[in-house]
Design a binder for this molecule. Structure first.
Ligand SMILES: [Zn+2]
Ligand SMILES: [Zn+2]
Length: 370
């Protein structure tokens, strides 16, 4: 997920109310301030609004955004919060207003909570829902726990089809729609076009998998890590560039006959990678930002003013989740290729170690089972 630090209207009374009943305790991964996290016993969530559902988590995962939170980059996420905004599970309990789901239903949790009724939701911009958006594991307790409360359950959960691979579906909570909506759709990837994806981590690889739905002629992956570039080759990258020599822009320009790329997808979230995108975008091209940026970036308008380019930013809206689910079901996309490691919830701190040291461990997505 691409995080935003734009403050949202306050609506804490409804969303952060304490559980209606004492439902016992559960294990949960709790953010304790920059650099600090702990696996703790935590009260189980209960229904606090008629549109809520309580989901018993089966499988969840760790996102790069969780690492940003732990660095202190996401001020909306306060100490004491249970992290996690991805997962699949089974409905344990529903509020009186929930009509689409009942206890026992298997569900995919979207990283974006949507009321379906506010002005932004009516425009399909669920990421900016006035009583939702990216709140899970940020402004309300998240999915790295045995149970999670999902507000606006009818419009924020998806039924899991019969026979679906639940592990594959965990990739649909966030990274596949994020790579696709923020990178591929915003970047206007088209048949025969040339694409560069800067960053070959899970999100960059999700963009690589979904970009191929549009048959671009070239997809060039850029990263510092040779292992990740090798993985990108097996995922369909036509060329790869290791950027550690600082000459990635020259390499991409040489690969494209000095023209540059039609779509430059930024999938890291640091100034150097966004500047690289500016250096390699062709006239008429698009820079599609996915990365969560914690620092300002220079914009080279002294060069780009005459290049007819577009720059897009987006917090994933998860408007393509149902469509992507069908591409996974029909095996057009196999997101299980992104999964490298498995841990039980009891060992989630080890899972964070593995995920946080990806250069050493070669980890992509880490599945955590409860
Ligand atoms: Zn995420
Ligand atoms: Zn809404």
């Amino acid at each position: 997920m691409t995080a935003t630090t734009i403050p949202k209207p306050a609506h804490p009374a409804k969303l952060n109310a304490s559980p209606s009943i004492d439902a016992g305790t559960m294990k949960a991964l709790v953010y304790r301030g920059p650099g600090k996290k702990a696996l703790e016993d935590h009260p189980r969530p209960g229904i606090t609004a008629p549109g809520d559902a309580i989901v018993k988590i089966w499988k969840t995962t760790i996102c790069g955004t969780d690492l940003h939170i732990l660095k202190g980059d996401v001020p909306t996420c306060q100490p004491g919060r249970i992290l996690g905004h991805e997962g699949v599970g089974v409905i344990d309990e529903v509020g009186a207003a929930v009509t689409a789901f009942k206890p026992g239903d298997r569900v995919l949790i979207s990283c974006i909570t949507a009321c379906g009724k506010c002005e932004y939701c009516r425009r399909g911009m669920y990421s900016h829902c006035t009583t939702g958006g990216w709140i899970l594991g940020n402004e309300i307790d998240g999915t790295q726990a045995e149970y999670v409360r999902i507000p606006h359950a009818d419009t924020s959960l998806y039924p899991i089809p019969q026979g679906a691979d639940e592990e594959a579906l965990v990739m649909l909570s966030d990274i596949l729609p994020t790579g696709f909506e923020c990178g591929v759709l915003n970047g206007k990837v088209a048949p025969g076009s040339t694409v560069a994806i800067v960053g070959s981590g899970p999100i960059g690889l999700a963009a690589l998998l979904t970009a191929q739905l549009y048959s671009p002629a070239e997809i060039i992956m850029v990263d510092l890590d040779d292992n990740r570039l090798e993985v990108a080759r097996t995922f369909g990258a036509t060329q790869t560039v290791n950027s550690k020599d600082g000459k990635a822009a020259d390499a991409v320009m040489a690969m494209t006959g000095k023209r540059g790329v039609d779509t430059a997808i930024e999938a890291v979230g640091i100034p150097a990678t966004f500047e690289l995108c500016q250096a390699i975008v062709a006239p008429g091209g698009t820079i599609a930002n996915i990365g969560v940026h914690g620092a300002k970036v220079d914009l080279h308008l002294e060069r780009l003013w005459s290049h007819n380019i577009a720059i897009t930013t987006r917090l994933v809206d998860t408007v393509t989740t149902a469509m992507l689910l069908k591409t996974v079901q029909s095996k057009k996309i196999d997101p299980t290729r992104l999964i490298t490691d498995h841990y039980e919830l009891d060992r989630i701190l080890d899972a964070y170690e593995t995920f946080g040291n990806a250069a050493k461990t070669k980890a992509l997505k880490v599945i955590i089972e409860t």
